[in-house]
Write a protein of this length. Sequence first.
Length: 82
Amino acid sequence: MRYSEKSGRPRLSFCPNWLLSVYVRIRALPETLLDGRGQDLVEYALVASLISLAAIVGMKSAATAIGTAYNSIGTKFAGFVS
């Protein structure tokens, strides 16, 4: 293992590139978690999921009402045709 001349720490020249990039990302993880820049994205995702959930619930009840109305209309037309 070789040592760096500046810091005296072991150099990671024997590591594959992907392992080195994972190591750097893990070392930067605490700073990333404490950084507030991603907070807006999480809030937007929560609002979007809430809107989509409300739309799904609203569509379900609207579909039931529309189906009931078409059945009622079909029953009335069947009475005229017979």
